[in-house]
Design a protein around this ligand. Structure first.
Ligand SMILES: [Fe+2]
Length: 240
């Protein structure tokens, strides 16, 4: 097998499980009992989002939300394993009803498309291999169904169809965190993870983009801060 250096692993990364302990999942029961209508509707990714850690008060100042505060053990896990690396950044559960599909999309703007856009994910409940990376000529690449944290390239077109019998919940650590090889701690994490999980690594080196990738960017009519502020000021969260 070709020996890759850490920069190449990061550049070509489509999917790689990462060498962190799994977060606790038992607090998910609390969220499973809340109607999805109470959550934030993401019309772009056609899913619901449970905003856990957001800048809902002041732009760029990230805090635990009333929903995040419902899961103290998960919070402690994030504060130990993620926050020292990521700093203030958006954290949510992506929630998809059984049988529903997250529309094909790209998780960054066109301006950021050529940059490293690694996104942390952990499937709290549901199937990891319901995620599909989309390539030219109907190429569909799925990760292995491994119960482990992973990083994925958010700037590669992807979709998801929830074939699990219940709601799928995925812990998602998103923008504005943009880890890349300039971050020594992140490089070390990727290097260690590749040593452990290289058999599961998916490279985008030999993949070609699906033809209609330019149609898969979000059309922002408000900033994420404005959207999340409006959500927390709306009536539907009053009894959360
Ligand atoms: Fe996505």
């Amino acid at each position: 097998m070709e020996i890759l250096n850490t920069n190449q692993i990061i550049e070509n990364l489509l999917y790689l499980p990462i060498d962190l302990p799994n977060p606790p999942t038992h607090e998910l029961e609390i969220f499973k009992d809340i109607s999805v209508e109470k959550f934030y509707r993401d019309n772009f990714r056609t899913c619901w989002q449970v905003p856990l850690y957001t800048d809902h008060e002041e732009k760029g100042v990230y805090k635990w939300s009333p929903l995040g505060n419902k899961a103290p053990e998960l919070k402690a896990w994030i504060e130990e394993h993620i926050l020292p690396m990521s700093g203030g950044t958006r954290m949510t559960f992506i929630c998809t009803l059984p049988g529903d599909k997250n529309a094909p999309h790209i998780d960054c703007s066109l301006e950021k498309f050529e940059t490293i856009q690694h996104k942390f994910r952990f499937v709290m409940e549901g199937n990891v291999d319901d995620l599909v990376f989309l390539g030219k000529n109907d190429a569909r690449v799925r990760p292995t169904n491994l119960n482990n944290c992973f990083m994925m390239a958010g700037n590669w077109p992807h979709e998801m169809e929830n074939t699990h019998s219940g709601k799928k919940f995925t812990l998602a650590i998103g923008a504005p965190w943009e880890p890349d090889s300039t971050d020594l701690n992140y490089s070390k994490l990727i290097s260690r993870s590749y040593d452990k999980f290289k058999d599961y690594y998916i490279s985008k080196e030999n993949m070609e983009l699906v033809d209609n990738w330019r149609e898969m960017f979000e059309d922002y009519n408000a900033t994420p801060h404005e959207n999340i502020k409006a959500y927390w000021n709306s009536n539907k969260v009053k009894d959360i």
